[in-house]
Design a protein around this ligand. Structure first.
Ligand SMILES: Nc1ncnc2c1ncn2[C@@H]1O[C@H](COP(=O)(O)OP(=O)(O)OP(=O)(O)O)[C@@H](O)[C@H]1O
Ligand SMILES: [Mg+2]
Length: 267
């Protein structure tokens, strides 16, 4: 074979194309009236990454999450999912594309059971025997909810237990199980440990590790630098809506990260 032939062979077969980032922002800006809450953010998140979003109050973290979760649309720039532009008309559409966002209040109904919370808004039904009439399939929902929670490796009481009786960490798990019910590939969490004690915080960090170990992508907003360095693979820092740092977490201590956040924008 001549040289040219060999080179062609190499370029044709050796390097498989990398999959596109599961979530990417391409020059995204977002304005609340005159306030530029996000300034030309360009970011690509690969499947299986746990990305920490850091920055002081008002830096734009929640706004960034809202754009990714379909709650807001970029004023400029593009959101891409699996490499294709996404124009989500709302969070429900993002959810159907596998992007689930868990806000701090968790949006759980305390008086309803664990299973009912996991399937809220997307209940399983079965035929009733009467044409056109469907019944809630409570047994199937209990079984499936237990399966999702088992995937999360967390101790839970019976699926009929009201959420009001659960600990903070268990409630986070119910909210995550709901995301899994939607086959979420990307799970966005805004300050999941802010209201939790030390032990419960560790449980939630374990939940995040479990999600990553099963190939899900996690975006974690937190003011707790110890949490960020404990579970993330990469961190970004926002300051006044601009991304001022994007680096692997490896080698970064909580103190060093706190210092970077505090001095962001002063360099
Ligand atoms: N609904 C809104 N209307 C007008 N301005 C807003 C609104 N929401 C946020 N902002 C402004 O946008 C900027 C970014 O806010 P954002 O909530 O994204 O920050 P954050 O990083 O999440 O802060 P925190 O750590 O306090 O949650 C801030 O200047 C904030 O005052
Ligand atoms: Mg916020």
């Amino acid at each position: 074979m001549d040289r040219r032939g060999q080179r062609e062979k190499v370029t044709n077969t050796s390097v498989p194309a990398a999959p596109p980032p599961v979530v990417a922002l391409d020059g995204v800006s977002f304005n609340y009236g005159a306030v530029e809450a996000l300034k030309r953010i360009t970011l690509a998140v690969a499947a299986g990454e746990v990305l920490g979003l850091c920055g002081d109050n008002g830096a734009g973290k929640s706004t960034l999450i809202k754009v990714i979760s379909g709650a807001e649309r970029p004023s400029r720039g593009r959101l891409l999912i699996d490499g294709a532009p996404a124009n989500f008309i709302g969070p429900r559409e993002a959810l159907t594309r596998g992007i689930a966002t868990i806000y701090q209040n968790l949006a759980l109904a305390p008086t309803l059971s664990i299973a009912e919370n996991v399937f809220m808004g997307a209940e399983l039904t079965r035929a009733s025997g009467v044409p056109g009439l469907k019944l809630l399939d409570k047994r199937a929902m209990r079984r499936a909810a237990a399966d999702y929670l088992e995937q999360l490796n967390i101790d839970m009481p019976a699926m009929t237990t009201p959420v009001a009786e659960l600990s903070g960490g268990q409630r986070q798990a119910v909210a995550i199980a709901r995301a899994l019910r939607w086959q979420a590939r990307v799970i966005v969490m805004d300050e999941p440990t802010a209201a939790l004690g030390v032990k419960e915080t560790q449980r939630v960090l374990d939940l995040i590790r479990t999600l990553a170990a099963t190939g899900r992508t996690v975006l974690l907003v937190s003011h707790n630098m110890a949490d960020i360095v404990a579970v993330t693979t990469r961190v970004i820092i926002l300051h006044s809506g601009a991304m001022v740092l994007d680096r692997p977490t490896h080698g970064l201590s909580a103190d060093a990260l706190a210092h970077l956040v505090m001095t962001a924008g002063t360099a």
